[in-house]
Design a protein around this ligand. Sequence first.
Ligand SMILES: CC(C)(COP(=O)(O)OP(=O)(O)OC[C@H]1O[C@@H](n2cnc3c(N)ncnc32)[C@H](O)[C@@H]1OP(=O)(O)O)[C@@H](O)C(=O)NCCC(=O)NCCS
Length: 141
Amino acid sequence: MKIRTATSSDVPAMYTVDHIAVDDGGRRQNIRDWVNADQAIVAVVGNTVVGYSALEYTFFGYGFIVMLVVKKESRRNGVATALVEYHEQRCTTNKLFTSTNESNKPMQALMKNMRYEPSGTVYNLDEGDPELFYVKRLQSS
Ligand SMILES: CC(C)(COP(=O)(O)OP(=O)(O)OC[C@H]1O[C@@H](n2cnc3c(N)ncnc32)[C@H](O)[C@@H]1OP(=O)(O)O)[C@@H](O)C(=O)NCCC(=O)NCCS
């Protein structure tokens, strides 16, 4: 598996990895924007994109993983771990944040496995499904 910055030629494959993008033009636009801003990375096995992720610096100036998704058939193979580690190596702030819904148990398990610390809960975003925030303190800044 190789992790690298996404290019415009990866965009159609990124749509297929992300089931929300199949029906949601807003998500497809997000993907194009992340790619154009060099904020998206892809995990590639052979010639196939099996996952992607995006890192922004819009959260109080800190690195924030705003998207992380792995193709259903490729899960539990360390793809998300490799994508997050790639962000950790390149993040230019000394703290890296992300968040997920309380209902998203796989993402919470990933965060625990990667030693992210809980960093608070925000209510009233998705109704009835609070947003859990996480942080990892990085060595370099
Ligand atoms: C959450 C997600 C990104 C995890 O991707 P993944 O490539 O399967 O994760 P990894 O293989 O790197 O998982 C590493 C570890 O995290 C934990 N983990 C990940 N998914 C898990 C699950 N479904 N159940 C329990 N533990 C899980 C395990 O400890 C796992 O190690 P193990 O497989 O050796 O037990 C994936 O399930 C996904 O794309 N979900 C849909 C999109 C999403 O919810 N994104 C989160 C952003 S809000």
